[in-house]
Design a protein around this ligand. Structure first.
Ligand code: NAD
Length: 360
């Protein structure tokens, strides 16, 4: 069983296949790739590396694996260079492909390598985390971090196929899985009240990773992301709604030190902050905000910064350096009602600070 979602970007369009036991390579074969470099990490390789390699070989694609250390520290230019060298050693040429097998770290890094090696070769995404399935593998953002900040070097580069095998989620550590659920909730809030209601109804099944529910929900999230990317591939407008919860979330994540709070956990808290701001400035209903908080809590996600929260000044500075800020003024995605948001909203200093103090 699988579901296919089309990302409709003309001649750069591609299919996302969500299912159980799906594997990458069919589109690469159609494109004539004869060699491929599978980029994966030290956690994923022992679980799924060999199967991926033999699947590609079965399709007649000579595949080699390049295994990087698991973790965000790997997403840098030094590791990109290591992969360029591995690609040369594996004999890749302009008709070859890079396959990303893993989470968002591997996807962003491998995608950047695919975008730049020999000025760009075919790229396939085989996401194995929930976050990568519903978010990072779709939409073409690739890149690496600099010591000065995250994702500062990169390229928009669309994959030619995305294969999300939801059975791989069975081995994902609990915290990583729950963190991915924050992005799932985000899609309900920004786009689809029916999805949000379904998440409320099926929170327990989702939390228990019931395959049928997970597959359907992942596919719906991919449909939403595909539609947003179709409308605004390079993020000049509506794609900004995907940052709901991220302005505060990123500031919190970096202030706490990357790694202490997972991305999705920070986004969960950031969504509650955005909901509180929305109550103040957009007339978002208190009952609706409570629904959001209750859902996040049922999914095992944090809804407050917690005791070790950074000071308001630190958070404010962090929000001012957000990529979407203008002249240090953060620009928020706010909610009118569940399923409908607005982007590019500026909020007065006092309203931001009072909201945080009243809530956290
Ligand atoms: N390109 C985009 O649009 C986009 C969007 C959101 C996030 N991102 C990026 O994604 C990255 C975060 O991605 P992530 O949350 O997937 O983290 P990750 O890639 O670090 O994976 C999380 C952990 O799970 C392990 N893992 C992965 N799949 C597994 C499996 N099936 N079983 C067992 N362990 C498994 C990994 O080895 C890692 O330790 C960040 O760098 C972020 O900037 C990119």
């Amino acid at each position: 069983m699988s579901r296919t979602v089309r990302v409709d970007l003309g001649d750069r369009g591609y299919d996302i296949v969500v299912g159980r036991g799906v594997a990458p390579g069919a589109r690469l074969k159609e494109l004539g790739a004869r060699t491929a470099l599978i980029v994966t990490d030290t956690h994923v390789d022992p679980l799924y590396g060999a199967a991926c390699e033999s699947h590609l070989r079965g399709l007649g694609i000579e595949a080699k694996r390049a295994v990087v250390e698991a973790g965000e520290e790997t997403k840098d230019l030094r590791h990109a260079e290591t992969l360029y060298r591995a690609a040369l050693e594996a004999g890749l040429d302009r008709s070859s492909a890079v396959v990303a097998l893993g989470g968002g770290v591997v996807g962003d890094l491998a995608g950047f390598v695919a975008a730049t090696f020999l000025r760009g070769i075919a790229f396939s995404q085989a996401p194995t985390t929930l976050l990568a399935m519903v978010d990072s593998s779709v939409g073409g953002k690739t890149g690496v971090n600099l010591p000065e900040g995250k994702n500062l070097v990169g390229a928009f580069y669309q994959p030619c196929e995305v294969l999300a095998d939801v059975t791989t989620l069975a081995t994902l550590p609990e915290r990583e899985y729950l963190s991915g659920l924050a992005e799932v909730v985000k899609y309900g809030v920004i786009w689809d009240a029916v999805l949000f209601e379904r998440l409320e109804r099926e929170a327990d099944a989702l939390r228990a990773r019931e395959p049928v529910v997970v597959e359907e929900v992942v596919a719906r999230c991919c449909e939403i992301k595909a539609e947003v990317v179709r409308l605004d591939e390079k993020e000049t407008g509506v794609r900004a709604i995907l940052n709901f919860g991220h302005t505060f979330g990123h500031a919190l994540e970096s202030a706490c030190g990357y790694g202490s709070l997972l991305h999705g956990e920070a986004v969960s808290i950031g969504m509650v902050f955005a909901a509180r701001l929305s109550q103040r400035s957009r007339g978002f209903g208190a009952g609706e905000a409570e629904r959001l908080i209750a859902l996040l809590e049922r999914l095992g996600l944090p809804v407050r910064p917690g005791r070790a929260a950074p000071s308001w000044e630190t958070l404010r500075r962090g929000m001012g350096t957000d990529k979407k800020a203008r002249g240090r003024m953060p620009r928020f995605v706010l909610v009118d009602r569940i399923g409908a948001v607005v982007f590019g909203c500026e909020i007065s200093e006092s309203a931001m600070e009072e909201t945080l103090r009243a809530w956290a």
